[in-house]
Design a protein around this ligand. Structure first.
Ligand SMILES: Nc1nc2c(ncn2[C@@H]2O[C@H](COP(=O)(O)OP(=O)(O)O)[C@@H](O)[C@H]2O)c(=O)[nH]1
Ligand SMILES: [Mg+2]
Length: 260
């Protein structure tokens, strides 16, 4: 691990020969051609105010819009931005690909809609968060604020959270926030055995992390509801419930045994 104060050059002056990437920002993107340009610009503005090296990996799969082209063209003028692609749909599949391909000492997954402003990323890194393997954004812990969330959406989310608590992770109030930071070691260890390709991969990753006694911290976030969603209400919700019920069985069956 490289403490912040050992990397004193700005990201633009960064000495490539040291080959140290401090932070990887991994953005899963499905049909995000509209939202991504603003997001990439906001991330770049944030990066330019930080004193360490950052790479941005956008992982696209199965989009029917211009997501890939948007990222390719943005990446031409911004060499720290790369596009990775998978053929088959699934947020879990995309995040796994990004986490395993990343080079950063810290690997941060980040929803394309920036429902949490990117400036809050500093809350997930030293010196604000220390002694962790996994730092998860939470909209429920003390200090978190939700803006403009419709009541029904909130209730649906809470029902899901309570099912997660009951069947898999009793200690966490919010496993689904799209902003989570992993140390390189935790990312490689967890995502190399994690299997779920869809929206419930967060629960699976945290379940394995808990079983392996990783240090998991919850980071309060200010989170803004965005109506536009890639979640398919019936299909994804049902799939997520079945996935959660399968987790403990998978663990008992040794399906998460380390491969290296
Ligand atoms: N690569 C990829 N990203 C996905 C997929 N489904 C959702 N996402 C991304 O996951 C993030 C969260 O999606 P969003 O629609 O904001 O979910 P919500 O906030 O829960 O309604 C966004 O960056 C989406 O583009 C998928 O199948 N593949
Ligand atoms: Mg969203």
């Amino acid at each position: 691990m490289y403490p912040l104060n050992t990397l004193t050059v700005s990201s633009h002056q960064f000495d490539e020969s040291r080959k140290v990437t401090y932070l990887s920002i991994i953005i899963p993107a499905h049909n995000e051609a509209q939202r991504l340009p603003d997001t990439l610009r906001a991330i770049d503005a944030f990066i330019s105010s930080q004193s360490y090296s950052v790479e941005v990996l956008v992982v696209e799969n199965a989009s029917v819009d211009e997501t890939a082209q948007v990222v390719r063209s943005y990446g031409k003028g911004h060499q720290h931005v790369s596009l990775l692609q998978e053929k088959i749909r699934g947020k879990g599949r995309a995040v796994r690909r990004g986490m395993l391909a990343a080079k950063g000492e810290f690997r941060f997954m980040c929803d394309a809609d920036l429902s949490m402003s990117i400036e809050q990323l500093v809350r997930f890194l030293p010196p604000q968060s220390t002694d962790f393997d996994v730092a998860i954004g939470s909209r429920e812990v003390s200090g978190a604020v939700r803006f403009h969330e419709p009541v029904f959406t909130h209730i649906r989310g809470r029902v899901f959270s309570n099912l997660v608590k009951l069947f898999a992770l009793p200690d966490f109030e919010d496993t689904q926030c799209g902003f989570k930071c992993f140390t390189a070691q935790a990312a490689l260890d967890l995502f190399s055995v994690q299997k779920l390709d869809g929206m419930s991969f967060d629960v699976e990753v945290l379940y394995i992390a808990r079983k392996r006694e990783y240090r998991i911290v919850e980071v309060p976030v200010d989170w803004h509801f965005h109506r536009e969603t890639r979640v398919r209400m019936m299909q994804d919700s049902l799939g997520m419930l079945l996935d959660i019920l399968a987790l403990r069985r998978n663990w008992l069956d040794g399906k998460y045994t380390r491969t290296r």
